[in-house]
Design a binder for this molecule. Structure first.
Ligand SMILES: *Cc1c(COP(=O)(O)O)cnc(C)c1O
Length: 223
């Protein structure tokens, strides 16, 4: 067993049934990803469009599911649509509209998560909880033609304060429940992507259904 296979197995053994492991492979090589694939991993997360599409071309196995998890610029949407099994990082209505438009044009349905900003840092992208509640109250999602909103993605504050981190995750989970109440007719709005290498156990405690783990599988990234 390789180190990567061992780490994936160790993480999997701690995940409750129904929690999906996204192996965040950004900045790691195709060979490294192939090693994780050989260990049974099928879902990978990438944060740059060109890196995702290049790796997908190099690893064409049709059972790999590529998730996009980085900040998506509107001018890169066309290059991504049709390549990502899930776009986890929709951070504005404008971007959502662009993904809808380009998906319709390409004749595909894009599955997406809306990224919520609850962390203390100013620089993180995402909808505020208020903006999301407003968005679903207005029912603007009914006009989407080629996008399926599958749930929310959130990141906790980058801090050693475990109470703060757990609280951030609970706020995202509560928002997810609240949206399901506001819009009970939303179908398949059941994914809650929360938790990274340092905090995924806390995220699972708060109800995460999808964890995005990079460093704890692949080691540090060389930027
Ligand atoms: C890089 C990244 C991760 C993985 O972070 P690790 O600390 O390496 O596990 C998870 N989610 C997002 C959105 C990221 O950009």
């Amino acid at each position: 067993m390789t180190d990567i296979a061992r780490r994936i197995a160790a993480i999997r053994s701690t995940l409750p049934d129904g929690v999906e492991l996204v192996a965040v492979s950004k900045f790691h090589t195709v060979e490294t990803i192939a090693e994780a694939y050989a260990a049974g991993q099928r879902v990978f997360g990438e944060s740059r469009v060109q890196e995702l599409t290049a790796k997908q071309a190099a690893l064409p196995a049709s059972d790999i599911r590529w998730h996009f998890i980085g900040h998506l610029q509107t001018n890169k949407v066309r290059a991504l649509v049709g390549h990502a099994a899930l776009i986890e990082s929709i951070d504005s209505e404008r971007l959502l509209a662009a993904v809808d438009r380009e998906s319709e044009r390409a004749g595909v349905v894009s599955r997406v998560l809306l990224q919520v900003h609850v962390a203390a840092e100013e620089t993180k992208f995402g909808f505020s909880p208020e903006e999301l509640l407003d968005y679903f109250s207005r029912r603007t999602f009914e006009h989407l033609r080629a996008v399926h909103i599958c749930g929310l993605m959130g990141m906790a504050t980058n801090t050693d304060d475990r109470l703060r981190v757990a609280d951030d995750f609970r706020r995202v989970a509560a928002l997810h429940r609240r949206i399901s109440e506001i819009a009970p007719d939303l179908r398949g709005f059941d994914t809650l992507s929360m938790g990274m290498s340092d905090d995924y156990p806390l995220a699972i405690g708060a109800g995460s259904t999808m964890v995005r783990v990079g460093t704890a599988i692949f080691g540090p990234r060389q930027y």
